[in-house]
Design a protein around this ligand. Structure first.
Ligand code: HEC
Length: 111
């Protein structure tokens, strides 16, 4: 009985720690802009080098707030923001990819 309690406590403790780690990583969702630079190669075909789009069809992403970029990418992935191109582009992205991409674009000046 005591032993059973112990193992239950342990499981609970582990779950609690895992939950805290997840919340902590959400709180400092600062992406890695170096990793983002690699991931952003296909994006720049439309959004311009470093996100400095000169084509009015494609929004400028350079110097945009990372939090806004992540929010839009999540909306495109969820389908709550609709765009035939961007829904497809966001579909395979993980949360970490989005954070990295956003950190990269935010770090670029425009012009
Ligand atoms: C084939 C062209 C194309 C590619 C490639 C592309 N995008 Fe886009 N993106 C667009 C268009 C067009 C829009 C505007 C959609 C709209 O009108 O809602 C857009 C919008 C966005 C927005 C919203 C900007 C805002 O101001 O609200 C973000 C963020 C974004 N793209 C990020 C990315 C990222 C990150 C990638 C690479 C993974 C990428 N895009 C690849 C065409 C593209």
């Amino acid at each position: 009985m005591v032993q059973e309690m112990n193992s239950k406590m342990k499981t609970f403790g582990t779950a609690l720690l895992t939950g805290c780690a997840a919340i902590a990583s959400m709180a400092n969702a600062a992406g890695d802009k170096e990793a983002g630079k690699e991931k952003a190669i296909p994006c720049q075909i439309c959004h311009g080098k470093g996100g400095r789009s000169t084509n009015p069809l494609y929004p400028v992403l350079a110097a945009q707030h990372a939090q806004y970029i992540v929010k839009q990418l999540k909306a495109f992935k969820a389908g709550t923001r609709k765009d035939p191109i961007m829904n497809g582009m966001a579909e395979p992205l993980t949360d970490a990819d989005m954070d990295d991409l956003a950190a990269f674009f935010q770090s670029n000046r425009n012009p």
